[in-house]
Design a protein around this ligand. Sequence first.
Ligand code: FEO
Length: 405
Amino acid sequence: MKPKELRPGVYWVGAIDWDRRLFDSLIPLPDGTSYNSYLIRGSQKTVLIDAVDPSMQDISINCLTDFGITHIDYVVANHAEQDHSGTLPRILEIFPETRVICTPRCKGLLIDLLMIPEEKFATVAEGDTLSLGDKTLEFIYTPWVHWPETMSTYLLEEKILFSCDFFGSHLATTSLYVTDKGQAYDAAKRYYAEIMMPYRTTIAKNLKKLDNYAIDIIATSHGPVYDEPEFIMKAYQTWVFDQPTNTVVIPFTSMHNSTRKMVEYLVAALDERGVAVQQFDLEVTDLGKLAVALVEAATVVVGTPTVLAGPHPNVVSAVFLANALRPKLRFASIIGSYGWGGRTVEQLTAMMHNLKVDILEPVLSKGFPKEPDFKALDTLAATISEKHRENDFVWRFSRGNEKQG
Ligand code: FEO
């Protein structure tokens, strides 16, 4: 594609990946993605901000050469992951005068991952600036979004923050800027859930650091650019800082419908008590949707049959993921059926060590659930409802609107 101008002398020169459906061999990409690279032409220096995924190398290089770019002074590598750095070796071949600007930690990673020679680098410290003549770049360390070496780059004169993965979204679109806020919100929330949520504490510090900057545009390295940055910054504030909502997430697997019956009963019992529920059959669930649901939920109830003396492997996988994502859950429980014994509860609770949750009394049914089991599920629903009320957890609509309930 041809470059798209954000501001005079500032261009998007990225690549759109419409067909990619999986990232890191794990994360579903229902809407594809983009690798956004930006070219800044100052009166004295020309800079490329981040590169693109190796699969899009030719598209990126052609975009630059068709634009008549014959000289690049610097490539700013905000982040070392290959979807933004994988094309660097080729760029350095075509533009041998180029130096890679990055944090010292990023330099080490780029040498390890891409074997870029040491002499090609110029490292920067927090707050360093670089003059391009009539334009100035400032480098802001924003670590752990989601790797330790990451920084953002701020173009002072135009108040543009090039934030790489931070605030990004996996969304393929020909629109340079966000045009459909609902779609952008959903894609950014999914991205946050899958990639950023485990680093919530550090992201909170990075958000506070950005309070010191006037920002007109956030140009991420995935998804559309935000020309109303308060939209995504407010969403991040909610996801990172706000209380969880009056919501229970129930991921489950059922082999012979006993656990399913318990899940359905609990969903109805919670609904009757004014608690919102999201139910996910792990046999058919998009893991990204489950991750999104965990962003603001207060409670997770895991439903599993006992198989091979423990939880079903589908459930083990989902709980492992939830534990790694470290959502702001406050309560957890386990329900399900068993035939003759096992260590389901012990094994699952041991897997939740990253979650700062109180475990509510599990409900395990011997065989198909019967009256005492349904009563125990009613008690669990009542306990969850009470805990949510005590903690003032309320329901929030997605996309920033709030309603008590
Ligand atoms: Fe888009 Fe962490 O790479």
